[in-house]
Design a protein around this ligand. Sequence first.
Ligand code: HSE
Length: 597
Amino acid sequence: MPGQCLNNRTAESRDLPVVVLKFGGSVMRNQADITRVVHEVYRWVRRGKRVVAVVSALEGTTDALIAQARAYADSPDSLHAGAYATLLATGEQTSAALLGLALDRAGVPVEVLDAASVSLRTSGTIVDGFPESIDATRILVTLSRVPVIVLPGFIGRDAEGRTTLLGRGGSDLTALFVAERLIAAGASETRCRLVKDVDGLYEFDPANGTDGERPRRFTHLHWDRALALDGGIVQHKAVRYAKEKGLSFEVGAALEDRATLVANTSESLDAAPGSDRTHRTRVTLLGCGTVGLGVYQHLIALPDLFDVVAVAVRDIGKAVASGVEPRLLTTDALEATDTDCDLVIETIGGVEIARHAIERALRTGKDVVTANKAVIATHGDELRAIAASTGTTLRYSAAVGGATPALEALAHAAELGDIVEIAGILNGTTNFVLGRVGEGESFSEAVRRAQAAGFAEQDASRDLDGRDAGDKLCVLAQEAWGVALDPSTIEREPISQESIGQSIKRRNAGHVIRHVAAVARASDGAISAEVRIRHVDANEPLGRVEREWNAITVRIATGETHTVFGRGAGRWPTAEAVLADVLEHATASRCPVSVTS
Ligand code: HSE
């Protein structure tokens, strides 16, 4: 299941599909790169993986810290190894904390752990230690609650509890060690990928080729051959560890599927030299409001992948003031849609203009990504039919749940059994308002806050009366059962100062008030759907959802339930979900993959 199950059983947690991703300084050069790392982590979360993100210090940080230590001695590690290790460890701790903050902003549930909290014990010296043990159960139990753990690499603790280091490049070793220990603890569906600034290991460094000779990339490589390559890409100590433990691992770039598999395998190379990382997706963006501007900023921060060719907005002056390139701007959404491009991203909102633009794009051979639940709820069937007939694709994961991988959860649940019910907190604004009013704030002030934070729709009554959640139920019902539910037939109980006040009076101890949207299919195929105020046990998954977060529980015919959650509203969570669809488009448009999910 993607996202996260809120059950806490260790035995089940061993079945979790885990990927240990290691991000080194070469892909974490600065804070902008951290956003790219968030995209990479979320890409795996959407695929149903639990992620342990092991991070190095931001590029240059360790060298800068060593230089600082040198103010006190030429060989500071020999002067006071403990102080030196503690100083260098701040580099990894800082990048882990920053990645945790960035993931949280993007709406991805995350826990930032450290060497002490996972009991990563080392032997050897303080500055060149070797990992001996780790609390793998702690990691797996945490992953049964949240889909992502961030762990600083390179750092351990010795038997006395002192901070130790694993040697330069030691984060590679941390990642491989964590993966190996998780597998040993029974989490057999664990894999490890070292994310680098190259999309795999190459025959030789391109800088050393003679007569412009270009190296070919290995698709598969034996550990011994990896050890014969320059240790600058993967730490040799780490490769030796993997070989000794029989651990396979991948080396690849962020936002790419293809990678080199390093394992007990014979060597193979790509058929042709060079990489496939040359095609930039030409993108037209419709709408540059709360979500659209976030998407725009993500796209221009990935110039190696995307070329924004047009942006349609209502107010050109406002867009320019927000930093959008003036030459890209138009107020005509259809004109922008007709611009020569590969992909149209629709974030206009509303129904008619958005529907026309999506239809036009699909009919003219362009793929579409949209965050528009109202359009998909009311015209999803016809738009999907147009996409099928024109060989284009229509993606709309952001339409439900923001960064909550809701549609992906349905797809995975459907593999396990027939879906019989979907219940969730599908509107961030109402959940936010319920919380604030519960704390004593007035309803109107709470709504104003939700609007100011960018959670609410342009017409906030769509949030408060349940129409927005109703549209999302329609999208979910389409995905789960292929049925076109009419949004106007969904029973809705609006939230207001009065309805919340009455619910608070009736509430039993241990219960919280939630605006729950639910849709169920009976054995005769009849569908029932409603959005109403419910009293929910505070310990149940939906009871634990606070502020603008969303959660979706999917029940299959066996009675088994699975819950995923994430931030459901606001610029960055919704932009993250849109970008994930866009990246999926970009990956699918490139060459076939060699090592995939
Ligand atoms: N207004 C919506 C909400 C935005 O509050 O959930 C995300 O669809």
